[in-house]
Design a protein around this ligand. Structure first.
Ligand SMILES: CC(C)(COP(=O)(O)OP(=O)(O)OC[C@H]1O[C@@H](n2cnc3c(N)ncnc32)[C@H](O)[C@@H]1OP(=O)(O)O)[C@@H](O)C(=O)NCCC(=O)NCCS
Length: 328
């Protein structure tokens, strides 16, 4: 097991107050609460209002993380934001967040790895600490998926929610922090889960709103199968690196996309469901905000204790996937 170089000094989250329930979807689309719960495990999701931008949600989560770390925004030397839904195409969400925080001493940039993005950002952050480039980093997942969700498409509309989570990452004392990490991608599968329009190949147009190509498209069944396979593999890799088995994991915090994907991953890794934290029922899939939102909620519920071994595991568009083992 490697000696950790990066550890969490603070964690914070933000969830919009507006909630969209399955009953709301029953009024909007040809769907049912039973179908949604049985196929996904989702009951409701938080939806951002016009003033709850990706940068604003990120700021709220970041201020809580900084407060816990006992740091001011000006103490940060780096800000990494993972998002698939930046407030505007240019500049990065991280630069918008930097301005809102007044974090004038930081280098700020975004990471694009969809739902796996927060794990990508944490491992990039770990490398920046290990190389000596940075000493105090903010690593954020902030998403406004409602902005790119097609609310006329029942197969995707019911899945997504909004929110943000942030961690302050600093040098480890050598006992706690990131003890293993694995990242992988397969861009050949990009068009199974993507947004065809709105980029530089197909700039926004009226036609795009009519044919719905501005919004997320997904081949649900194929994505489901790949997610199960990839999250299982990611869990194996982190456990192998650390030289432990699933039985030795105290808590698994998976990406919250679908309860059936989570159950399959846990079963593969031999982690009983009592040691898996789930909040997909109340948040839906918040992409790269989902793991920090779940980790923070688990912590506030008293489920995270010093010395625990925690497995984070994610899968997302790209396809991208990954895992991190933490000694808390
Ligand atoms: C989206 C998902 C829940 C659909 O479940 P599924 O069992 O695969 O269902 P299918 O897509 O095969 O569709 C089965 C039927 O349900 C219907 N259906 C789809 N969404 C529905 C909804 N919200 N309500 C009712 N029926 C719905 C389909 O139209 C289809 O009907 P048909 O048989 O008449 O054509 C599932 O595929 C899934 O979770 N995929 C992974 C999604 C994900 O997590 N993506 C993010 C990864 S980070």
């Amino acid at each position: 097991m490697k000696r950790p170089v990066a550890a969490f000094a603070g964690l914070g989250t933000y969830s919009p107050g507006k909630i969209l329930t399955n009953a709301d979807f029953e009024r909007m689309l040809d769907t049912s609460d039973t179908w949604i719960r049985e196929r996904t495990g989702i009951r409701e999701r938080h939806i951002a209002g016009p003033d709850e931008t990706v940068a604003v949600m990120a700021r709220e989560a970041s201020l809580l993380a900084l407060q816990e770390a006992g740091l001011a925004p000006t103490d940060l030397d780096g800000i990494i934001v993972s998002t698939a839904t930046p407030d505007r195409p240019l500049p990065s969400a991280a630069c918008d967040l930097q301005a809102l925080l007044g974090a004038t001493n930081a280098a700020a940039f975004d990471i694009g790895a969809a739902c796996s993005g927060w794990l990508y950002a944490l491992l990039v952050g770990e490398s920046l600490l290990a190389s000596g480039f940075a000493k105090r980093l903010l690593v954020v997942g902030s998403e406004k998926l409602s902005a790119i969700t097609d609310y006329t498409d029942r197969s995707t509309a019911v899945l997504f929610g909004d929110g943000a989570g942030a961690a302050v990452l600093t040098a480890s004392d050598g006992t706690r922090g990131i003890i293993a990490g694995h990242l992988k991608s397969d861009g050949r599968l990009a068009e199974l889960l993507y947004r065809p329009g709105g980029g530089s190949v197909a700039p926004p147009s009226e036609q795009m709103l009519k044919d719905r190509s501005y919004f997320i498209k997904m081949a649900g069944r194929e994505v489901f199968k790949s997610a199960v396979r990839s999250m299982a593999d990611a869990a194996d890799r982190a456990l192998e690196q650390a030289g432990i088995t699933g039985e030795q994991v105290d808590l698994m915090i998976p990406h919250q996309a679908n309860i059936r994907i989570i159950e399959a991953t846990a079963e593969h890794a031999h982690i009983p469901m009592e040691r898996v934290f789930i909040n997909v029922d109340r948040f839906g899939n918040t992409s790269s905000a989902s793991i920090p939102l779940a980790l923070d909620e688990a912590r506030r519920a008293g489920l995270v204790k010093p010395g625990m071994t925690i497995l984070l595991v994610a899968f997302g568009a790209g396809f991208t996937w990954g895992s991190i083992l933490l000694r808390w």
